[in-house]
Write a protein that binds this ligand. Structure first.
Ligand code: ADP
Ligand code: ASP
Ligand code: MG
Length: 407
């Protein structure tokens, strides 16, 4: 008998039929003699609709109230799934994040899990029940409800698997696994049979939203194998686990993209100590997450400083740096909020020359201008015009021959 954690995403439980279909899949896993814990997302677009609703009643939604509001989405789907399972004749119980013992810090809208006290779940499992946990939420020691950030139900699932010592965490979604690129934008994308944590983390962190990056981190930390597969078909999915060959033939394993990039350039910055501190401290004070930072070499001790943030934070970031821009005597700052990024990723790129050149050529041949470039050991990222991201993905997929069979 195995202990399996299964997670079903929003599109898998979008309506009553979806919930009944998920109930049948869960029941089938139980019938095979497994103990099952299920984590569910909110139905369909519920989370977006709730955010929208909040913004209809106020310009600036209170962080604490917003998290309670959003957590209700997952309560609806988890309770309905428990009812559907009971009507199929199975013992099932739904638990909110708090009831499931998911303790978090108090950073609303992107809380981190501190610990999972799973004794209630263990008790229910021992009584033979299927346990359904509302994803994406937890509770602080002060008993305030928190949410884990968009896409956070994946993280709930892997955290549950880690704390229960589950044999596997299965993430069921609306595609059949992890592909070499988003299959919705690149028709030639190929499903990977397996991928290591390190490459998967880089893909997820750079935009492949099929898995929440923190879920991958937890999987690696606790050595939990994670299977990504379809909620709608029986096709074999992608297994994410450690110990996968590093020197693979296809040295680029996948391409990630992100359409949510805004670039802020501070012009005419005097090149002297303390300038970067002034600018980035003002952003940190406002809790704004800065991604890429580039500072040019100065000419006559004057330079430009560029950084990127999420589009949703770009206006706030402009306001936050304004006083610093004035106080350091810079010429001004400009915002471009219509950018995206494409990243090629693969551990096999380490210490092998030529990948960057091939990437830049592929983009150049499409007439795509590169605004910024960043790299890590196993990744090269180009920031480009958002409208050209689909073309860039297709061109890069071809240039690195990702449609060809590899590992
Ligand atoms: P869920 O609601 O099940 O959590 P998400 O919408 O969060 O599903 O994630 C699944 C989506 O991730 C897919 O529909 C696909 O468009 C997108 N995606 C982006 N990159 C990839 C990739 N490399 N492989 C598979 N899917 C990807
Ligand atoms: N419902 C949340 C969201 O839409 C969490 C999740 O689906 O993973 O982001
Ligand atoms: Mg998701």
């Amino acid at each position: 008998m195995a202990l399996i954690v299964q997670k079903y995403g929003g599109s898998s439980v979008a309506d009553a039929e979806g919930i009944k279909s998920v109930a049948r899949r869960v029941a089938a896993t139980r019938e095979k003699g497994n103990q099952v814990v299920v984590v569910v997302s909110a139905m369909g677009e519920t989370t977006d609709q709730l955010i929208n609703l909040a913004h209809q009643v106020t310009e600036k939604a209170d962080d604490r109230e917003l998290d309670v509001l959003l957590s209700t989405g997952e309560l609806v789907s988890s309770t309905l799934l428990a009812m559907a399972l009971k009507s199929l004749g199975y013992e099932a119980i739904s638990l909110s994040g708090a009831q499931a013992g998911i303790w978090t810090d108090a950073v609303y809208s992107r809380a981190r899990i501190i610990t999972v006290e799973a004794h209630r779940i263990v008790k229910e499992l021992e009584e033979g029940k299927i346990v359904i946990v509302a994803g994406f939420q937890g509770i602080t020691r002060d008993m305030d409800i928190t949410t884990l950030g968009r896409g956070g139900s994946d993280t709930t699932a892997v955290a549950m698997a880690a704390s229960l010592g589950a044999d596997i965490c299965e993430i069921y979604t609306d595609v059949e696994g992890v592909y070499t690129a988003d299959p919705r934008l690149v028709p030639q994308a190929r499903k990977l049979a397996e991928i290591g944590y390190e490459e998967m983390l880089e893909l997820a962190s750079y935009g492949a939203k099929v898995l929440h990056p923190r879920a991958v981190e937890l999987g690696e930390l606790f050595n939990i194998p994670v299977l990504v597969a379809s909620s709608f078909t029986e096709a074999p999915g992608t297994l994410i686990q450690g110990g996968i060959a590093m020197e693979v033939r296809n040295k680029v394993r996948g391409i990630a993209h992100d359409l949510d990039v805004a670039k802020i350039t501070i012009l005419g910055v005097p090149d002297r100590p303390g300038i970067a501190t002034a600018i980035f401290e003002s952003l940190a004070k406002e809790n704004i997450n800065v991604d890429t930072i580039v500072q040019n070499a100065s000419v006559d001790r004057i330079t430009d400083l560029t950084f990127t943030v999420a589009k949703s934070e770009s206006e706030k970031a402009m306001r936050a740096v304004e006083p610093a821009v004035k106080s350091i005597g810079a010429r001004g700052c400009v915002l471009n909020a219509n950018l995206g990024k494409v990243s090629i990723i693969g551990t096999g790129m380490q210490n092998v020359p030529g990948f960057a050149a091939r990437m830049f050529r592929a983009l150049y041949e499409q007439g795509i201008n590169i605004e910024l470039i960043t790299t890590s050991e196993i990744r090269i990222t180009c920031i480009i015009d958002q409208a050209r991201v689909p073309d860039a993905l297709v061109a890069l997929h071809k240039a690195f021959e990702l449609e060809k069979e590899g590992i």
